[in-house]
Design a protein around this ligand. Structure first.
Ligand code: GDP
Ligand code: IMO
Ligand code: MG
Length: 423
């Protein structure tokens, strides 16, 4: 199974970190291909809980090479913080490799993200305020600064000075905030370069050589399908291609090198930030899901909005990503509910929608059509095989399988690595 892509099928936080860590035991490399430190992936093994933002979720395995790919953004200060934290836990970062093509998040991107959101007022996206939108915008405008620029002090200085000429105009004249000093940024980033430079490589070459050798390589998505810049709930999305197709561009591999595309789906749905969410429950059910599932943002600590499983979104994710396997996570969180609902279609203006509606204006207004199933009301967090699950729980899984028509590979019943049913 040389090339496998793992992506989120909802609005992020599906438990990609846990599933990636689980699969990474058999992987020679784990590659992140988009996003930056807006991601927060949790890996729990024994007494250790890692909250990873840039670093791929295979880092617990000493032999697995972890790659920050071409399509990623990188905030060097945050990345160095993550590396130092891992090293304090005796987890080596020697195998962490950074693409020279990845773009840098600069201090002004973070301020522009914050100020831009403030200006939008009630129309704000609810970003993580990590500078993601402004940094990807600079990349698309071809005025971004890349990791490789760190390696040549003259080029880096020129790019920072040029960039600040425009950015300081925007900061002072549009947002009425203090301008930034090039020298401060240069001094700060010089230190980061010293720390990071031995990790910088041509990662596309490494990955393709690995694939040629028959290495197992996992491409770890961040965010989720509904946050994709093209296919998500625009404009309430992130600024990168989060779908499986994005892995090839963001890691520098051809599509024929990919053997499997697995999706991660939470047994219910959550979302952080603004934007439409048809099955959102703003009452007791949603509160209970948040409490039991500890649904608070890994990156920002914000409470996540919660609601029942949405099979229309699942079908959309299957289509966009070409999924051939699914991991269902956090099933244990539903154990306390008397009845469980699944949204099977939407309704709006006398029409029903089995598939994701063609326009956002419809998606904003749709009402979910639910099927109701009995809950199982039993602790399943120790289950290791399908037969350990109560009948009502297996019926719930079977119904999702029927609605999605994709085989399940993994069912997760707890945050620990071994709280997992492998199918
Ligand atoms: P990611 O961004 O997709 O990697 O997901 P996050 O790490 O942001 O959020 C998922 C949260 O659920 C983390 O706190 C995980 O430790 C936790 N988690 C993952 N799988 C399970 C599960 O099956 N059951 C429970 N109860 N928690 C889980
Ligand atoms: P992981 O990888 C959940 C959301 C933000 C906001 C929108 C845009 O942990 O699943 P951005 O800062 O990217 O410009 O914010 O996207 N968002 C996430 N939501 N999990 C994430 O990552 C997210 N990364 C971004 O909340 O709605
Ligand atoms: Mg997360």
């Amino acid at each position: 199974m040389p090339g496998t892509i793992l992506i989120g099928t909802q609005w992020g936080d599906e438990g990609k970190g846990k599933i990636c860590d689980l699969l990474a035991g058999d992987m020679d490399m784990v590659v992140r291909f988009q996003g930056g430190d807006n991601a927060g992936h949790t890996v729990e093994v024994g007494n250790t809980t890692l909250k990873l933002h840039h670093i791929p979720s295979g880092i617990m395995y000493p032999k697995t090479i972890c790659i920050i790919g071409d399509g990623m953004l990188l905030n060097p200060e945050v990345l160095i913080g993550e590396m130092t934290y891992l090293e304090s836990l005796k987890i080596s970062t020697d195998n962490l490799i950074i693409s020279s093509n990845a773009h840098l998040i600069m201090p002004y991107h973070i301020i522009l993200d914050r100020e831009g959101e403030m200006r939008l007022g009630s129309a704000k996206i609810g970003t993580t305020k990590k500078g993601i939108g402004p940094a990807y915008a600079d990349k698309a405008k071809r005025i971004g600064i890349r990791v490789q620029d760190l390696l040549d002090e003259k080029i880096f200085e020129k790019k920072v000075v040029t960039s600040l000429e425009e950015k300081n105009e925007i900061l002072t004249k549009i947002y009425n905030v203090e301008p930034m000093e090039a020298n401060e940024i240069l001094t700060e980033y010089r230190e980061y370069t010293l720390r990071l430079k031995s990790h910088i490589r041509n990662t596309s070459l490494m990955i393709n050589e690995g694939l040629e050798r028959g290495d197992n390589i996992l491409f770890e998505g961040a965010q989720g399908t509904l946050l994709d810049l093209d296919h998500g709930t625009y404009p309430f999305v992130t600024s990168s291609s989060t779908v499986a197709g994005g892995a090839c561009g963001g890691a520098g591999v051809g599509p024929l090198k990919i053997d499997h595309v697995y999706g991660v789906a939470k047994a219910y749905v959550t979302r952080v930030g603004s934007g439409p969410f048809p099955t959102e429950d703003t009452g007791d059910i949603g509160d209970a899901m948040r409490d039991i599932g500890v649904e608070y943002g890994t990156t920002t600590g914000r409470p996540r909005r919660c609601g029942w499983f949405d099979a229309v979104l699942l079908r959309y994710a299957i289509r966009l990503n070409g999924l051939d396997g699914l991991a269902l996570t956090k099933l244990d969180v539903l154990s306390q509910f008397d009845t469980i609902k699944i949204c099977t279609q939407y309704r709006h203006g006398g029409e029903t929608y089995e598939e994701f509606p063609p326009h956002q204006s419809i998606f904003h207004k749709v009402e979910p059509v639910y099927e109701e199933m009995p809950g199982w009301k039993a602790d399943i967090s120790g289950a290791t095989k399908l037969e350990d699950l109560p009948k009502a729980c297996r019926d719930y899984i079977d119904r999702i399988k029927e609605l999605g028509k994709v085989p399940f590979k993994v069912i997760s019943v707890g945050s620990e690595r071994d709280q997992t049913i492998i199918l």
